[in-house]
Design a protein around this ligand. Structure first.
Ligand code: IFG
Length: 505
């Protein structure tokens, strides 16, 4: 049956194309439409387990709103018109580890990528090419069509992440997994979990059981806190992996350790356990760097967290160690990064670690000084998290109830209108590993609080990490972001309706 060409459908299809975030690298539209039908097959490469999983993921995200069958089948023999194909066959290796090519004609949709992560990112683009109603959990009236086009897309930076502080306040596995789904929707690929701090130790360590039992028993404000068992942590890691997101765990040392000092008297120079801390001041605690047991503790903890973490990166914190003696701080950082490398991991640390002699495999995270320059001078790669641009715990403006203001207000515009390549004067751009937006939780207690501070600003950081600087401008982004309001609502995200954005209904 010849589908009649409806110019309004083509116009609607094009408007979705213009609202993709992060903005794709190369887009060519040809003005036609591809109509999804009830039994449109989703073909995947025969024998590719990952291809099948991604095909099922696509089907699972299109079925609720369309009510269509959308069978996922191995591609074999001649394929019928009116099909979707996800394949590595014939993919351009130049697209790299995460790139993809999407070709939509009037009778087929072909998503090609040399690696599974690219297919997965291409699926997010397909989701955004449908009207917002595609994200509805209930069947919507169709028709469901896509614009005919070619998209070639690949990320600017390989590190595109968010940090969630689960130490000041604790968040359940399910909350973290909802965040992971949202990170995936915007093509982010790193989730840095800030697991330990003065107010809480949030990860079970079997060789030091009181860390979670005692150190996880409270939080800022004195609430019940909580912690992840090692099974919980493995569940989070596996869930993230299934969304092509790497979990980067942080054990913050030698400062920010009051929860550990409250759990084990022997970790204190005094031999007496510290009192639990439920306030929000920083920089007052340090491991006792005079004692050998401290280094045993660090090795045991990092050994266990490394064994639970498939990714190569382990974050050792290193920030605000005012209570540690400078020479002992340097010795500690150097010792810990070396022991991590001996277990095949790369250390990541806040930029203060640049005071030590870094291994070339060690990564520094820029947040509020020019120590990142010293890290780069030593050959380290640097993740950009400038506090005055990317700290999502900063209030949007004077009216924001949640959050802090020590790094200044960060509204949606300020969070978006910067470029890592020009953020630090004289920083060598070939040492920029990517972007990460930290969300510290001193003032956040629920997932709704987290969503309110993270959205919509996180969407801007996702674009800074993925899109070329040449395709980014505030006016264009603002209007594209406006079209994501209905999508965020349908995905049940408690986002801040910033007055800067002309939100669509
Ligand atoms: N700085 C501290 C965080 C947190 C933050 C709140 C870093 C690296 C202030 N360290 O940012 O623990 O308290 O905005």
């Amino acid at each position: 049956m010849k589908t009649s060409f409806d110019p309004t459908q083509a116009a609607q299809a094009l408007s979705n194309l213009q609202n993709i975030i992060p903005a794709p690298a190369e887009v060519h539209s040809s003005g036609g439409i591809f109509k999804l039908a009830d039994h449109t097959p989703i073909y995947v490469d025969p024998g590719s387990a990952e291809g099948k999983i991604i095909g099922m993921y696509l089907a699972d995200h299109l079925k609720p709103a369309t009510g269509y069958a959308l069978p996922v089948l191995p591609a074999a023999g001649t394929l019928p018109p009116g099909r979707i194909t996800l394949t590595a066959a014939g993919a351009d290796l130049g697209l790299g580890a995460e790139g993809y090519e999407l070709v939509i004609t009037t009778d087929s949709l072909t998503l090609r990528a040399p690696h599974a992560a690219g297919l997965f990112h291409g699926v997010q683009t397909i989701r955004q090419l449908f009207p917002a109603g595609i994200e509805s959990p209930a069947v919507q009236s169709g028709p469901w069509f896509l614009p005919t086009l070619t998209i070639r897309d690949y990320p600017r930076y390989e590190w595109r992440g968010m940090m969630l502080d689960v130490a000041r306040h604790f968040f359940a596995v399910a909350d973290v997994e909802k965040l992971i789904d949202l990170l995936a929707y915007y093509k982010m690929d790193r989730l840095h979990l800030h697991l330990t701090d003065d107010q809480g130790w949030r990860i079970e360590i079997k060789s030091w059981p009181d860390l979670a039992r005692i150190g996880g028993a409270t939080e800022v404000g004195g609430g019940p806190g909580g912690y992840y068992t090692q099974e919980d942590y493995k569940e989070i890691v596996a869930y993230a992996q299934s969304r092509y997101i790497m979990v980067v765990p942080e054990i913050d040392m030698p400062g920010h350790v009051n929860a550990a000092l409250a759990s084990y008297p022997e970790l204190n120079c005094s031999g007496v356990a510290a009192e639990p801390h439920t306030g929000i001041d920083v920089g007052f605690s340090s491991l006792c760097l005079d004692k050998e047991i401290t280094y045993q503790f660090a090795d045991d903890v990092l050994g266990e967290i490394s064994a639970l973490t498939p990714g190569p990166y382990i974050h050792i914190g290193g920030d605000e160690a005012a209570a540690s003696k400078p020479d002992q701080y340097i010795g500690f950082i150097q010792r810990v990064q070396a022991s991590l490398r001996s277990s095949g991991k790369q250390a990541v640390g806040w930029e203060e670690i640049a005071k030590a002699k870094l291994l070339t495999t060690t990564i520094a995270q820029h947040w509020n000084s020019d120590l990142a320059l010293q890290a780069a001078d030593q050959g380290a790669e640097v993740i950009f998290s400038p506090a005055d641009r990317a700290y999502m715990d900063m209030k949007y403006d004077e009216s924001t109830q949640l959050g802090l203001i020590w790094a200044g207000y960060i509204n949606v515009n300020r969070g978006y209108t910067w470029d890592p390549a020009t953020n630090l004067n004289g920083f060598p751009i070939n040492h920029i590993l990517g972007v990460e937006a930290p969300l510290w939780s001193e003032t956040l207690q629920t997932l709704q609080d987290v969503e309110y501070m993270a959205f919509p600003r996180l969407i801007g950081y996702a674009e800074i990490g993925w899109s070329q600087q040449t395709v980014r401008d505030w006016n264009g982004y603002r209007d594209r972001l406006a079209a994501h309001g209905p999508r965020l609502t349908l995905m049940n995200v408690n986002f801040f309706h910033s007055p800067e954005v002309p939100w669509k209904e």
